[in-house]
Design a protein around this ligand. Structure first.
Ligand SMILES: *Cc1c(COP(=O)(O)O)cnc(C)c1O
Length: 360
């Protein structure tokens, strides 16, 4: 067996301990004589799996009782439609556009009502987070929408926007469980799990109960109504049972590691190793303004496309894979999620130093 250091933005690295555990349970999960993949989602064994997963997530994030946790399909992208269909009572919502994912959510919401772009960082290729302390929030806005960590551009809201009392909705796909969070500041927190939690195929929606109503936009399908899934404990139809199982294992792994404050400490340590190197490098340069840098996704460039390609190729040959940047930014991007060990980042920086000596 030969494992690489996988810097992919998603689907992404998973904790090795979790992979080993699910492998060991593949043929016989907990005395059931079958894999979780083969198991009825209506079985007692699976009910225990989903209940524990929810409980562990509630413990990790300190989720108050007046919030529901939903395990849904359709990815984060489906939420771009589901959120306006369920929340746009006045058919107005405000968007802070800080990257491609926020922009897609903003464009999708236009199908359902008036989506206002109240701030954007597109003028500088999304390399910063705009000042959101005093934005022109619409008086009749049903919610204010952000993408909290911008996977492609490597920026993060370190301060939440002042929504002037309006409900905040946040896509946290690429920073889910990377640090402690005050759930009470949000109406909805949601994210695809394939970035920082588990395998692809599921989105977790944490939603305040008063936002779960039958009063949705006319024509909203049953499957796209939060109430359907909230009333059925995420078992209205067959869920992504195996994904729920693996995510549950990751929650237990995170708890065993010491929870989200410990993850934040580790993530800060890892990111510092990389940013400190970038800040003094003669060859590589980070693309984001320092105050808005993400702990999870770190884009960098040499300024020379051929040199970038050479770096990505030689790094891969050394077992440091998936470092190619998003096509809209170019260069490189290292995603250093919870499951990326510190040694992975140290090896990457050591390789960058060597590459710089040989090529600068
Ligand atoms: C990857 C990503 C998405 C899209 O997720 P899908 O599950 O593929 O729909 C949305 N938002 C953010 C922030 C992402 O990183």
């Amino acid at each position: 067996m030969s494992r690489v250091y996988n810097f992919s933005a998603g689907p992404a690295v998973l904790p090795e301990a979790v992979l080993e555990e699910v492998a060991s349970e593949m043929m016989d999960y907990n005395g059931t004589g079958m894999s979780v993949m083969e198991m009825s989602h209506r079985s007692a064994a699976f009910q225990t799996i989903i209940d524990e997963a929810e409980k562990d997530l509630r413990d990790l994030m300190n989720i108050p009782d007046n919030y529901k946790v939903l395990f849904l399909q359709g990815g984060a992208s489906q939420q771009f439609a589901m959120i306006p269909m369920n929340l746009m009572k006045n058919r107005v919502a405000d968007f802070i556009v800080t990257g491609q994912w926020a922009k897609k959510a903003y464009q999708e919401a236009q199908k359902f009502g008036k989506a206002n772009k109240i701030a954007s960082s597109e003028d500088k290729t999304f390399t910063y987070i705009p000042d959101c302390s005093d934005l022109p929030i619409s008086p009749d806005a049903d919610y204010v929408y952000i993408c909290e960590n911008n996977t492609i551009y490597g920026t993060k809201f370190h301060t939440l926007p002042n929504t002037k009392g309006k409900t905040l909705v946040a896509d946290v796909s690429s920073c889910f469980l990377s640090e402690p969070v005050d759930v009470t500041k949000y109406g909805i927190i949601y994210g695809g799990v394939q970035k920082n939690i588990g395998p692809a195929g599921m989105v977790i929606v944490i939603i305040r109960e008063d936002l779960i109503t039958e009063d949705v936009l006319p024509g909203t399908p049953t499957m796209l109504t939060y109430k359907t899934h909230a009333d059925a404990g995420s078992l209205y139809n067959t869920p992504n049972a195996y994904c729920i199982y693996v995510c549950g294992k990751v929650f237990k792994w995170l708890k065993a590691m010491g929870g989200l404050s410990e993850m934040q400490k580790r993530n800060e340590e890892k990111a510092k190793i990389l940013y400190d190197f970038l800040d003094q490098s003669r060859l590589f340069k980070g693309t984001v303004v320092p105050e808005d840098r993400s702990l999870m996704n770190v884009p960098f460039v040499t300024g020379d496309k051929e040199m970038d390609a050479k770096f990505v190729k030689e790094a891969a040959a050394c077992g440091l894979v998936n470092l190619k940047g998003h096509r809209t930014v170019g260069g490189m991007r290292a995603s250093i999620y919870n499951a990326m060990p510190k040694e992975g980042v140290e090896k990457l920086v050591a390789f960058m130093k060597k590459f710089e000596e040989e090529n600068a």
